[in-house]
Write a protein that binds this ligand. Structure first.
Ligand code: ADP
Length: 415
């Protein structure tokens, strides 16, 4: 089955076409036929499209909205020039899988999309006002193009964390606020944490029940997850993605009273404070330079920029604190797994995070660490490191495609 995986952001659309079936899943032989990114939708969009085995094609085309972006993608997919194997008309696409950011408390499993599901996803807009409306635009656009002809499934970023117990997901606020408004921690990046836990099982030979690990998704957004007996029991992001680790532009953990203080001192409105902690803080805010870790590391090295160094140090220290917290949370772990743009590509950051943790049984091997870049998967713990250290490149789209297939076939997922 050829599955179109869509990930719609407020002004972007990312997609992959993945050919898979139950046998392919069993053998890990799913095939990515095409992928692409369309950014700055609403103006002159920047487009990168790539068919399997071919060089990427870049273009700039005015695209009004997500529907126009999807039309552009589909037109390219079916055109003979694109060279996408096995796709020559829309009927060669058999299902669509959507990444949905927030499923709230009720949408805890991937599901086939019908009117009721759309309503429930819309109900979660107040929890994810930036993300869920964009995700819904993707669903509506695909419905308009494909009609009811092909099934569509929703896969939620929050659902992997739905196994968190109340003591992990509750804030220590008056309980009535949870009852009245569902104010609680939900966690995000769930599909990524779930994917790397699955790959960890394949690499380590552990089974689901034997999966006791800490996963670190370090990209532009960052989160840590404590996985015990295969299930998420704690994660660093909260009711929104703002909580937890230091990120590209988000502050992560913060004394909430700072916001009230700044409201008085700087006359900032709630909207401005929200933008402050989500868009102007983190690596960007501390360094005053950029949210891009690669550039910060270069600034630190080449110009000995003090604030670039401080931003990177804050970033690493926060991750180390969460590792410590989760080792206490789980009474130890078998492995720490790094993923995301930074986790997959920066031996420097991995090394700084994992240094001086030998008390916990964490000992990196510098040489092995340096080798794991550019999408390479592997281990970098030294001989004798009690806790194993892994780099596992994430692949959320693959899980979305597999979940979509299972939803369509009505087959329950095993993990
Ligand atoms: P997103 O969360 O938007 O999907 P990514 O997972 O692609 O983002 O991660 C983006 C981050 O990864 C950026 O901070 C980028 O600088 C960082 N990154 C990518 N490659 C490297 C590298 N070689 N060294 C350090 N950081 C890197």
């Amino acid at each position: 089955m050829n599955i179109l995986v869509l990930n719609c952001g407020s002004s972007s659309l990312k997609f992959q076409v993945i050919a898979t079936d139950l046998e392919a899943i069993e053998r890990d032989e799913d095939r990515m036929l095409a992928r692409g990114v369309l950014e700055r939708i609403g103006t002159e969009a920047l487009i990168t499209l790539r068919a399997e085995g071919r060089a990427p094609v870049r273009d700039a085309v005015p695209l009004r909205d997500h529907r126009a972006a999807l039309d552009h993608v589909l037109h390219w997919l079916v055109s003979p020039d694109s060279g996408v194997p096995g796709i020559s008309s829309l009927s060669d696409i058999h299902a669509v899988g959507h990444r949905i950011v927030h499923g709230g408390e009720r949408l805890t499993r991937s599901l086939l999309i019908d009117d009721a599901a759309i309503e429930q996803i819309a109900e979660c807009i107040e929890l994810a006002p930036l993300h869920n409306p964009a995700n819904l635009k993707g669903i509506q656009s695909a419905r308009q193009v494909f009609g009811s002809g092909i099934p569509q499934a929703a896969v939620f970023d929050t659902s992997f964390h739905s196994t968190m117990p109340p003591e992990s997901f509750l804030y220590a606020l008056p309980y009535q606020l949870y009852v009245r408004h569902r104010v609680r921690r939900y966690g995000f990046h769930g599909t990524s944490h779930r994917y790397v836990a699955y790959r960890y099982r394949q690499l380590s030979g552990h089974d689901y029940e034997g999966t006791n690990i800490i996963t670190l998704h370090l990209g532009n957004g960052c989160s840590a997850c404590a996985i015990r007996k295969g299930a998420s029991i704690d994660t660093s992001m909260g009711m929104t993605p703002a909580e937890g680790l230091v990120m590209g532009t988000r502050s992560g953990d913060l004394d909430p009273s700072v916001l009230e203080f700044l409201h008085h001192k700087e006359g900032m409105s709630f909207d401005e404070l929200d933008s402050l902690i989500n868009k102007r803080s983190g690596l960007l805010g501390v360094s005053g330079l950029t949210n891009d870790m690669r550039d910060l590391l270069a600034e630190e090295k080449e110009h000995e920029d003090r604030r670039a160094r401080l931003a990177v140090e804050l970033f690493c220290l926060r991750v180390r604190k969460y590792i410590g917290a989760y080792l206490a949370r789980m009474n130890g772990a078998d492995a720490v797994v790094f993923t995301g743009g930074i986790g997959e590509n920066s031996p420097d950051i991995r090394g700084r995070i994992a240094a001086d943790l030998d008390f916990f049984g964490i000992q990196p091997d510098e040489e092995r660490n340096r080798e794991l870049v550019g999408g390479r998967e592997g281990e970098f713990g030294a001989e004798g490191s009690r806790i194993r250290l892994f780099v596992i490149p994430t692949n959320e789209e693959l899980l979305i495609a597999r979940d979509t297939l299972r939803c369509v076939l009505g087959v329950p997922r095993r993990w």
